[in-house]
Design a binder for this molecule. Structure first.
Ligand code: CO
Length: 210
């Protein structure tokens, strides 16, 4: 039997389970979505957004890429963000990184990986911004963990710098932008306490006015 056949088996079992819990589950879902959260996480297979947060289909709009990056020229990210904010009106946007992130650790080193180096460059820029702090951490594991956290924090800033978020705030739409980190060692999510609800804490040059 081909290994992927189990995915169809699992799917049928999942459908049966959902229907047992709520016979109308799929009828209700097919009518549309009103998720309260937008999740921006890493593509890493060990960090499944819905599973680790106990959210159900319909509750979380999800964007994932290598190292949970918010690159302001990335049309994919911008489209997801714009739809989530302007159409779905999500209330919370969560950037969730994870310790041991391969993308972040690769960006910390000097090895060449090919095309992906162009993506990792954005993470190297974060290192450069925080090199004084990061260079002072001698333990490589600790340094990697802190780099993961700083990368999340910079992505939170980058979200707040977008015209999409700032226009929503200007129109009195309540949106909280959060930075979290997931620990693969114990499965727990930590809040990095960098929540933004307005552009006032951003450096002046990034603040859009009327
Ligand atoms: Co990762």
């Amino acid at each position: 039997m081909k290994s992927y056949n189990k995915l169809f088996e699992n799917n049928k079992n999942w459908v049966a389970e959902k229907k047992k819990e709520n016979p109308n589950f799929f009828n209700e879902l097919s009518k549309g979505q009103t998720p309260e959260y937008l999740w921006i996480g890493c593509s890493d297979s060990r960090v499944p957004a819905n599973e680790i947060t106990g959210t159900q289909p319909g509750e979380m709009f999800v964007h994932r890429n290598i190292a949970n990056m918010v690159v302001h020229s990335d049309m994919n990210l911008l489209s997801v963000l714009s739809y989530a904010v302007e159409v779905l009106k999500v209330r919370h946007i969560i950037v969730c990184g994870h310790y041991g992130c391969g993308g972040v650790l690769a960006a910390m080193g000097n090895k060449q990986y090919g095309l992906i180096d162009n993506w990792l460059r954005h993470i190297k820029d974060v290192y450069k911004m925080h090199h004084t702090e990061l260079d002072s951490i001698k333990d490589e594991t600790e340094k990697g963990r802190r780099f993961v956290e700083l990368n999340v924090i910079e992505q939170v800033y980058d979200l707040c710098k977008t015209s999409i978020i700032q226009n929503a705030w200007k129109n009195n739409q309540e949106i909280f932008v959060h930075g979290w980190v997931y620990d693969l060692n114990d499965g727990l999510i930590k809040d990095l306490d960098v929540t933004f609800a307005s552009n006032e804490e951003l450096p002046k040059v990034y603040q859009f006015t009327m």
